[in-house]
Write a protein that binds this ligand. Sequence first.
Ligand code: SF4
Ligand code: FES
Length: 254
Amino acid sequence: MANSPAVLEASATPVIEEVPSFNVTLFVRRYNPEDGREPYWQDFDVTVHGTDRVLDALHKIKWELDGSLTFRRSCAHGVCGSDAMRINGRNRLACKTLIKDLNINEPIYVEPIKGLEVEKDLVVDMNPFYQAYRDVQPFLIASDKPAKERLQSPEDRARFDDTTKCILCAACTTSCPVFWTDGQYFGPAAIVNAHRFIFDSRDEAAEVRIDILNDKEGVWRCRTTFNCTEACPRGIQVTKAIMEVKQAILRGRR
Ligand code: SF4
Ligand code: FES
């Protein structure tokens, strides 16, 4: 039976619960290569809205308390991957971390991701990370020239669906203890992006990438600690992807 207009109106009214503002202390790891000081922690007290993320608190510090605070961000919505940082000892995107979900009765510690050289405050040198990405040839390699598109079955597409979601934030690679001690290791993110093409039925260069990752700094350095999977803000099964590349090296990609 159809609802009367009055009933429709009542059921369509959303219930919006206001999340109150609160005070929080952030300890931010500071470093300026030009002032001669060793890295140090600096604390900031800020009032944040109930819906604010760590990125909002960093903006508030930069815009209202200390304009010299340096960090990267672009989209502010979990898409560009530029604001990965260690928040309370865990790699996360600052724009996807709600402050209310942290323990706000304790200070919140924010520091740069580990294993890459710190350039200033929360900004690290991403060049070694991008070089490993480039080294695995993260693009389709195919010699055929079809008149239209290259066809692929839904099942073949599903084979690498998970690893298409990577936004190159480096949260996985810089949570990896092997990468911390051996910066030459390709790292999880490069392997994820190799996986995306190794298992693409349209690609012809799987063997090239497999050879690259069968190197002493390749997949065999992985110790299956699952830090990478836990750190990934896109929910990619990073450790599983690394395992599948190992299996492809041993048994072929199918
Ligand atoms: S696999 Fe996840 S954590 Fe690693 S770079 Fe890609 S999106 Fe970031
Ligand atoms: S600012 Fe783009 S992912 Fe956070």
